[in-house]
Design a binder for this molecule. Structure first.
Ligand SMILES: Nc1ccn([C@H]2C[C@H](O)[C@@H](COP(=O)(O)OP(=O)(O)OP(=O)(O)O)O2)c(=O)n1
Length: 119
């Protein structure tokens, strides 16, 4: 991937790339909502495995080796890619949905009421 592509990554780009990836391999028949959901949950499990038994870790993971952080990046990417693909296959516009959800969150948890308190 080029640097310019990294700068312009969007949910739309990821959606298109995942659709192409599946089409090229004739994997569209496997990318059903249920299969994608299970794959997504499996990848979340792989992220959990990386943190398993480590106890609480400081933000930024300063004591982790580069290789371990790279692995975490890969598994988080798998989570995102399956989430984007699942949304696409379900006909959900994830970009629109996530912006709406942020607005709903802000209404549900107004700053004046929730500042310095956790939900
Ligand atoms: N049927 C599939 C299989 C894979 N992928 C893509 C989406 C994920 O980004 C990645 C997942 O690949 P793996 O199942 O090989 O998972 P890992 O890369 O995590 O490998 P491993 O489970 O060996 O750690 O590949 C996909 O779109 N559809």
């Amino acid at each position: 991937m080029t640097g310019s592509e990294e700068g312009s990554v969007s949910l739309e780009v990821l959606k298109t790339k995942m659709a192409e990836f599946a089409k090229e391999r004739d994997w569209e028949r496997f990318h059903s909502p249920r299969n994608l959901l299970l794959a997504l949950v499996g990848e979340v499990g792989e992220v959990s495995e990386i943190f398993q038994w480590k106890g609480e870790v400081p933000k930024g993971l300063p004591e982790w080796e580069e290789k371990e952080k790279e692995h975490l990046g890969e598994e988080l990417s798998d989570v995102l890619l399956y989430l984007v693909r699942l949304s696409d296959i379900c006909g959900i516009d994830l970009a629109q949905a996530v912006l709406r959800k942020l607005e709903l969150n802000a209404i549900k948890y107004p700053v004046h009421k929730w500042k310095n308190h956790s939900a």
